[in-house]
Design a protein around this ligand. Structure first.
Ligand code: ADP
Ligand code: MG
Length: 617
């Protein structure tokens, strides 16, 4: 048989390598920024079009490349940064694999211009899908400009796989932040679709953080400083009271390289033990300096993971350094974290205007009419719930649970009796048909058996449909705030909120002004407590950033989902009887009561048959 093994041509090998190095425009941003830093630049500009899908360009004033180096830089395993394997353990550079430019050139149109300081003219090279299209002598400033256009032009599957511009831009900005935070002594600028989004002058670390995340950040930072033989820690953690629901602002650098480490993240979280509200995450901006011999950054192609020789010591040192700082800056636990949910206003009443209690005297009171009267009252009061309850049965019956039949099939005398009482009760008195279990589930008797509802998911569904309706018919009622509410966000969060302004207004929000870092709100949707507004918007921003937009992605839908998630009653909240009933009724008035907005089961049923089976023995 003929030989079948072939060596892959270079451009194919490069495309495959590109799959590991370049997942999205942000990966290109990372590689190009890192190359600029390695080249010793102190001014770096990043230019983006269409979230990087059309263009990612990095211009630096670093040392540039000679003609030969310019051409060689696109070869695979071409690097100036290591010569042998030992060099891997003394790395002071970001790159070392010599793969980035070769990979990027395999899947995009690349234009390189570069000049070294002592040369009069520089080199321009154009490469498209690994093919060198042209190489010229050009007049260009000292340093390097790499423009990467039409990413994945020759791999449509990957291009289609890219997310919306909002999501991709978020990744690009994240990457930009990571690099900029690790290098405050370099000035960075980011231009997105022609406008300047960030301009970060050379500064100290604290100023760099503030320049990126907004002036409000300054007061939130607690310095952390620790210098030991094995490890130097410097940076800041966020004060616990500013902890966020999302993990957004968590930055961890090892020898100026952004690193993800669940283990060390845990060390930080544990230093905050008892200081954070549940479900919130502290921000941190921490730099660790360790001997390059004690780490291995070679384990991951995108170089964001790292192996430490002695993780346990690092863990302990990090934890105690942060604890120490928090203690020193007098950040003591706040007392009211564990609120008793029973003391909260039930969600149903939060919407209601407060009413002064009043005494009513019924002058026509006739004790002999009592019975009739109270019966009439009961009927009037129960009218609406009864109607909705009927609809609940309709929905369930359509699933083939015809209860009448179920009960006629019951064979044993004693059970027959129970069954008839059960039905009677259901028809006559509905006040005792719900029961709350573990502040989590609402149990309700229905004709065919019982219904178990997840209160959090069910309420999400109800709110979601409400919000969606408001967004569609654009008739939401807004509740005027006595004093305008000023909320602080980072400039890029403001951009997102601004994009959603129209939709937010359709839910009932009223915005009076947008500034770079603040937004003033004068009205909120009816039923939304003022205290929740910042959490809702924060959650919304993070949802927009992380949403995987499918074909029917719409801002309105996302907004409705996000607000429903923020506002739904939580597991653990105890509900009054009438709240429980209200929840059940509202759920079954929904278009899709069976699932939460994120497609999770909202209720399960158990028929009497199924219960009977459990009692067979
Ligand atoms: P690596 O960074 O791992 O060495 P790259 O493919 O990213 O691999 O780059 C290959 C080589 O091209 C680098 O080692 C460097 O010598 C050169 N190079 C890339 N970008 C620049 C730049 N902006 N300025 C100067 N030299 C650069
Ligand atoms: Mg590189």
């Amino acid at each position: 048989m003929a030989d079948i093994i072939q060596l892959l041509p270079d451009h194919v090998a490069n495309q495959i390598a590109a799959g590991e190095v370049v997942q999205r425009p942000a990966s290109v941003v990372k590689e190009l920024l890192e190359n600029a830093i390695d080249a010793g630049a102190n001014t770096i500009k990043l230019i983006i079009k269409d979230a990087g899908k059309t263009l990612v360009q990095v211009i630096d004033n670093g040392k540039g490349m000679s003609v030969t180096d310019a051409r060689l830089s696109f070869e695979r395993h071409a690097t100036s940064k290591i010569r042998n394997a030992e060099d891997l353990f003394q790395l002071n550079t970001k790159g070392f694999r010599g793969e980035a430019l070769a990979s990027i050139a395999a899947i995009a149109h690349v234009e390189l211009k570069t000049k070294q300081d002592l040369d009069d003219v520089g080199t321009a090279i154009i490469i498209e899908g690994s093919n060198v299209v042209s190489q010229d002598i050009v007049v260009t400033p000292t340093g390097t400009s790499v423009a990467v256009k039409n990413l994945f032009f020759n791999i449509p599957a990957r291009r289609n796989f890219l997310k919306s511009d909002t999501v991709e831009l978020r990744h690009v900005i994240d990457e930009f932040h990571r690099v900029a935070l690790a290098h405050p002594s370099i000035s960075f600028a980011l231009y997105n679709n022609g406008s300047e989004t960030f301009n970060l002058p050379v500064s100290n670390y604290r100023q760099r953080i503030v320049n990126i995340f907004g002036n409000k950040t300054n007061e939130k930072l607690v310095p952390v400083e620790e210098d030991t033989e094995v490890l130097k820690i410097s940076g800041f953690v966020g004060k616990p009271e500013f902890a966020k629901k999302t993990r957004g602002e968590q930055y961890f650098f090892v020898n100026n390289r952004f690193i993800k480490s669940a283990y060390l993240n845990h060390a930080i979280a544990s230093a905050f033990d008892g200081l954070l509200k549940s479900g919130t995450h502290a921000s941190y901006f921490l730099n660790l300096t360790v001997d390059p011999h004690t780490i291995d950054i070679n384990i991951h192609p995108t170089k964001t993971e790292i192996k430490f020789d002695d993780e346990h010591t690092l863990y302990a040192l990090l934890r105690s350094a942060i604890k120490h700082s928090l203690g020193q800056f007098n950040i003591a636990p706040v007392l009211d974290f564990e609120r008793d949910p029973n003391l909260d206003t039930p969600y149903d009443y939060k919407k209601a205007d407060s009413k002064a209690p009043k005494i009513e005297v019924d002058r026509s009171f006739n004790p002999f009419q009592e019975e009739q009267q109270s019966r009439a009252k009961a009927i009037a009061y129960k009218k609406e719930p009864v109607a909705s309850w009927e609809s609940l049965y309709v929905g369930l019956e359509s699933k083939g649970n015809n209860s009448k039949q179920d009960f006629t099939e019951v064979r044993f005398e004693s059970e027959e009796q129970t069954a008839s009482i059960f039905t009677d009760e259901n028809q006559v008195d509905k006040t005792n048909t719900t029961y709350q279990l573990h502040n989590k589930y609402i149990i309700s008797a229905i004709k065919s058996g019982m219904l178990v509802i997840d209160q959090h998911r069910a309420h999400q569904r109800i709110l979601y449909e409400d919000f969606l309706k408001n967004l569609t018919i654009k008739e939401a009622v807004s509740q005027q705030l006595l004093f305008p509410l000023r909320l602080h966000f980072s400039p890029q969060d403001i951009v997102i909120i601004r994009q959603l302004k129209d939709d937010l207004e359709h839910t009932g929000f009223v915005f009076s002004s947008f500034k770079d870092e603040t937004v003033d709100i004068t009205g909120v949707p009816v039923g939304v407590p003022e205290s929740e507004v910042s959490i809702i918007l924060e959650q919304l921003v993070s949802d927009v950033e992380n949403e995987v937009p499918d074909s029917n992605f719409s801002a309105a839908d996302l907004l409705a989902k996000s607000m429903a998630k923020s506002l739904a009653i939580k597991t653990g909240q105890s509900l009054q009887k009438d709240e429980q009933e209200h929840l059940v009724n509202k759920l079954f008035a929904c278009k899709e009561p069976n699932v939460s907005p994120t497609n999770r089961t909202t209720f399960v049923t158990m028929t009497v048959d199924e219960l009977d089976k459990k009692f067979i023995l």
